[in-house]
Design a protein around this ligand. Structure first.
Ligand SMILES: *Cc1c(COP(=O)(O)O)cnc(C)c1O
Length: 407
């Protein structure tokens, strides 16, 4: 039999696995403990932190989708990130990209401050950084591509090649594209990390994470640590996340079809100065995106004309886009990274990462495209960003403490 395609794996893995009643959908096992079959005979499971059928089905499905040997399900995306850092001793070096997810950046720098690892921050989108990897000889190189929020790409194959020469493992945060659109293990990456909170669950109602290891040995070590520190995911969360995962491929098709159309609409708008979407031919890494991704994803960012007041007026004039952090749910979300997701960064670092006052990020949902474009259009017309004809009252927006929360 030929290998199953990803959409079939996502839909069918674990279906009809119930031996007891033949339930088509795997039943939910909430029990925290399992009886021994005999005095010295354990069954498949003994205790809920160490193993659970719902968690295992989700883990196996994700491992197959990513092309890895072993999956580990964690309580949150951040605990998945944290799990990978257990591979480092305090004299080992971790290389991270300067524009990785803010929560990951905060965790890595906090661990460094306590002397638990050495940290080197590089711009991995630039091949000039590769020589430094060879000089530093890190234990792990962390990549995240495309990056948040302006969707810069890292050449996975090139970083892996360099890291292997330096004797380093490579871990990739694949949250932004999901296994439907990018499989880093195919390019030699050793560990894939996901916040399943985003596209994998896809319905903005479960927080969770996953780590997928390329080899059984690395998977064994990571699974041992996950049980040891007690960060494995809950059965009900795993059940719901698997339900979300069943439709990953069809959701992503619609997400990216809408995202490309919205990116093209924004690119021709008089109210927009720049659009960031790897699917546009104008994106400087469009060719790299075509090489290493199976699609361009559902995230689009752009700079609106004008200033902070224009961003605020526009964002509060929309009806079909919720002003909210997070991404990857079926509903469209829109956010202002400078005051929301990236508010914890100091102003200089934020500008270096391309996060100015006019940057707006959209997690494009799967609603009917016409409704989304019509909503953007009415908000642009009403607020005329960057034009003198807009309502002055709406544009005298001032930053208040409520806008300076950390992630
Ligand atoms: C959200 C996110 C995380 C953290 O995941 P949580 O589920 O919020 O803990 C890590 N990496 C990326 C890229 C994310 O978007």
């Amino acid at each position: 039999m030929s290998e199953r395609n990803k959409s079939t794996i996502a839909v069918r893995h674990g279906i009809e696995a119930d031996k007891h009643h033949g339930a088509v959908v795997p039943p939910l096992y909430l029990s925290t403990t399992y009886s021994f079959a005999d005095f010295d005979t354990k069954r498949d499971y003994d205790y809920g932190r160490s193993g659970n059928p719902n968690r295992d089905i989700l883990a196996e499905t994700l491992a197959q989708l990513e092309g890895g040997e072993r999956g580990i399900i964690t309580a949150t995306g951040m605990s998945a990130v944290h799990l990978v850092t257990q591979l480092l001793n305090n004299d080992d070096t971790l290389v991270i990209p300067h524009d990785c997810y803010g929560g990951s950046y905060r965790l890595f720098t906090s661990l460094q401050k306590r002397g638990l690892l050495n940290l080197v921050v590089l711009d991995l989108t630039q091949p000039e950084s590769y020589q430094q990897i060879l000089d530093i000889k890190p234990k792990v190189v962390w990549i995240e591509t495309p990056s948040n929020p302006i969707l810069r790409l890292t050449d996975i194959e090139a970083v892996v090649k360099t890291a292997k020469r330096a004797g380093a493992l490579v871990a990739a945060d694949n949250t932004f594209l999901s296994p439907a659109l990018q499989n880093p293990i195919k390019f030699g990456v050793d560990i894939v990390v996901h916040s399943t909170t985003k596209y994998i669950n896809g319905h903005s109602d479960v927080v969770g994470g996953a780590v997928i290891a390329r080899t059984a040995q690395l998977g064994e070590e990571l699974a041992w640590w996950a049980n040891n520190i007690g960060i494995t995911g809950a059965p009900f969360d795993s059940y719901l996340t698997l339900r979300g995962l069943r439709t990953l491929n069809v959701r992503l098709k619609q997400h990216q079809e809408n995202a490309l159309a919205i990116a093209k609409y924004l690119e021709q708008s008089d109210y927009v100065s720049q659009v960031y979407y790897p699917g546009l031919e104008s994106h400087p890494q469009h060719e790299l995106a075509k090489k290493q991704q199976a699609g361009f994803g559902g995230m689009v960012s752009f700079d609106i004309k004008g200033g902070l007041g224009d961003s605020a007026a526009f964002l509060t004039s929309l009806k079909e886009f919720s002003l909210a952090e997070s991404l990857g749910g079926v509903e469209s979300l829109i956010c202002h990274p400078a005051t929301m997701t990236h508010a914890g960064m100091d102003a200089t670092a934020r500008l270096e990462a391309g996060v100015g006052d006019t940057l707006i990020r959209i997690s494009v949902g799967i609603e009917e495209l016409d409704d989304l474009v019509a909503d953007l259009e009415q908000a642009f017309k009403r607020t005329s960003p960057g034009q003198s004809t807009g309502s002055d009252e709406a544009k005298t927006f001032k930053l208040t403490p409520a806008h300076t929360v950390l992630w």
